[in-house]
Write a protein that binds this ligand. Sequence first.
Ligand code: DAH
Length: 338
Amino acid sequence: MTLPDNDNLRKEFDSDLENSIDLLSIEELRIKYLGRKGIIASLMESMKDLPDNEKPVFGKSVNELKKYFNTNYESALKKANSEKQSDSSPDFDNTLPGVEISLGKKHPLTQVWEEMLDIFTRMGFEVARGPEVETEYYNFTALNFPENHPARDMQDTLYITDDTMLRTHTSPVQIRTMLSTTPPVRVIVPGRVYRNEAISARSYCVFNQIEGLYIDKGISLADLKGTLISFAKQLLGSNVKTRFRASYFPFTEPSAEMDVSCIICEGKGCRVCKHTGWLELLGSGMVDPNVLRNVGYDPEVYSGFAWGLGIERTTMMRYGIKDIRYFYDGDLRFLEQF
Ligand code: DAH
């Protein structure tokens, strides 16, 4: 006696049913098992070749299978329809675009500072920090600014009391670091500094500096130049040219400002470099023996160099930014470009 292979057909159907999760795949299920040319139809078709006495039993078996397919198909269809309905209910519109989660970015000043930090830490420098409210002693006196000397007016100081102020530069952290450690000293100091300046495209009352200090036995001007030239090339590209110009700072002797070839015009001359081909990057010098004495280091034994630069200025140079105030406005149209 020939009978349809109900067990296996049911298994096949069950596994197809499991994958029928939407209206389209449920329709495909119906076509395969219950359609005009489907499995049930072809079983019925094959019945006509059976001997008459076998037909009733075979037919009954096909009917059982058909009922099984039908019931399961219909309940799957019902379920999918009701899900579709709840998807399209008034408080859920599945055609609306998703809510975009926007990631924040690091502020351009933070990005440039982190790059500088990277360069100097690879050279063996560590980060030191100091307070933004300073005493006159750390901000000026210990740095060899003579009492009542006009050099103190080089930086328009915001005083809090007669002898406390918002620091005008990060150099006082040189003093604090040397007082609390013994040489060798190799630090970089990031931080906010304050000056009572008229706000304009080029200057702001608060900005950020990075100070550097290297003290050890036998440190010379050659170390200063080697370190700072290497820094400039890592920051601005190996093609950048550098030059040192003699300058004056009370806490260094000799002092020099370092220029780099204009990164906008590559030294040819443009508006950014005022047609000189050069941009001032930093101030530097060999630490004055008086400063070493003020922190109890013997200048006969130890020597070293220091430098300072403005992070805003450097960032403006690098990207050709024309107005320092963009950094503090919080305007996303500016910030998103970095
Ligand atoms: N403190 C100086 C300023 O704010 C910058 C500077 C110049 C720092 C020379 C230094 C240095 O350490 O050696 O203008």
